[in-house]
Design a protein around this ligand. Structure first.
Ligand SMILES: Cc1cc2nc3c(=O)[nH]c(=O)nc-3n(C[C@H](O)[C@H](O)[C@H](O)COP(=O)(O)OP(=O)(O)OC[C@H]3O[C@@H](n4cnc5c(N)ncnc54)[C@H](O)[C@@H]3O)c2cc1C
Length: 379
């Protein structure tokens, strides 16, 4: 049999693309080297932040607005609760990347944002103490996604729409075969498909580098702590971004949903690759710097360590994603380089990936995510 579409990599993005392709009636096969919803790539760790006032670049706002709609639809279709609205509190100096960028995106797109005075911060969150030059903004639409449930729900919807899913089998090679593609798999079998989607997460390095895009894979540790009081329970405390002067990178985190307060640094960690990443946690090197600054920012939050786990960022040179057709093979869709901020977009990436695979173009404005920007950069 020749499938309409083969999707390789069933993490955050591949699972979504598979669900959207299958929902449009295409015959689909999804291939994943590990087991479903594993913790060896980039889509694990119980929480991912979602927010609309996108400090990284306002061009993402229409995509994230659509992602909110599609997350709610996925919850409806799967029966899973995936997105919980907590609001997002951002703190930093007015000129910091996060504060200035969040305000710019909100202004450009008319998004709701509250500026909180120091007194208002104290009244809402009595344990917090802002530094002299810091300001606080609160995005009421912000929230927390459960990545494991998100991936599982997309797999579930894809299967219900007739997709074939194969786990524990890696694609070793692909090549053009007639009008489509032949995939050679690690179990010695082959798959034929008219279109191919590659959503390889940190395993994308080689493919993207062969196309001239430098990719850095970064090891990032996320840590969970039992707090000393109920001050940080999700019913009374939001997700947060702290762009504080003197920190090695922005500290972000999530309130306690019953499994502790989670915190991590955004974009801080050793460069590595997906095969050699160190999966052991070193308390002094990985956890202590998080615990120390979390405790300073949220007194009592980091009383005892519960758990810590490494994850991987797949960083492009400009921090923007790569979503495009392969320059030499229009039937191959590339979705990667999510640079540590992609999960919130997963269902809209699903929609875009299905557009590209099935129609050759997307209804969304994704020019800023195309491979052409790297060629332009070099000229
Ligand atoms: C610590 C951490 C915190 C983050 N926080 C946020 C956040 O708050 N908000 C947010 O929006 N984003 C966040 N992100 C980023 C987000 O999680 C990622 O951008 C997203 O999960 C990437 O999904 P992916 O599908 O590209 O990669 P993955 O989920 O890793 O999926 C790639 C899959 O491809 C499979 N694969 C690779 N090669 C092959 C092959 N040859 N054959 C078969 N299978 C293959 C892999 O096994 C894997 O399952 C965070 C990331 C990390 C690490």
């Amino acid at each position: 049999m020749t499938y309409d579409v083969a999707i390789v990599g069933l993490g955050g993005m591949g699972s979504a693309i598979m669900a959207h392709c299958a929902a449009r009636g295409a015959s689909v096969i999804g291939l994943e080297q590990f087991q479903p919803v594993h913790d060896l790539g980039s889509s694990h760790g119980k929480s991912r932040m979602i927010r609309k006032a996108y400090f990284e670049d306002p061009a993402y706002v229409p995509l994230v607005v659509r992602a909110y709609e599609l997350w709610r639809k996925l919850e409806h279709d799967s029966g899973e609760e995936i997105l919980r609205l907590t609001g997002v509190l951002s703190v930093g100096e007015e000129s910091s990347e996060i504060i200035a960028g969040t305000r710019r995106a909100a202004k450009d797109h008319g998004l709701e944002l509250e500026s909180l005075s120091k007194g208002e911060v104290k009244a809402r969150y009595p344990t917090l103490e802002l530094l002299e030059d810091e300001v606080a903004i609160f995005e009421p639409d912000g929230g927390v996604l459960n990545p494991e449930r998100g991936v599982a729900a997309h797999l579930q919807v894809a299967r219900a729409k007739g997709a074939e899913l194969r786990f524990g089998v890696a694609m070793e090679k692909w090549q053009v075969a007639g009008e489509g593609f032949e995939l050679r798999l690690s179990d010695g079998t082959q798959v034929l498909a008219g279109k191919l989607v590659l959503a390889l997460g940190p395993w994308f390095q080689e493919t993207l580098e062969a196309l001239g895009v430098r990719i850095r894979v970064q090891r990032n540790v996320q840590a969970w702590f039992s707090p000393a009081s109920n001050a940080y329970e999700a019913s009374r405390f939001p997700a947060f971004l702290l762009n504080r002067r003197g920190l090695p990178a922005p500290l972000y985190g999530f309130p306690d949903f019953g499994d502790g307060v989670k915190a991590a640094y955004h974009g801080l960690g050793d460069l590595t690759d997906a095969e050699r990443v160190d999966r052991t946690v070193n308390l002094a090197r990985d956890v202590e710097p998080i615990a120390r600054e979390l405790e300073r920012w949220m007194p009592g939050a980091a009383r005892t360590l519960r758990e810590a786990k490494p994850c991987m960022y797949t960083l492009t040179p400009d921090g923007n994603f790569v979503i495009d057709c392969h320059p030499q093979h229009a039937g191959v869709t590339l979705c990667g380089g999510f640079s540590g901020h992609g999960f919130k977009f997963a269902p809209v990436i699903g929609e875009i990936g299905a557009d590209l695979a099935l129609d050759g173009r997307s209804r969304h404005d994704i020019e800023f995510l195309s491979l052409r920007r790297f060629a332009l950069d070099e000229s």
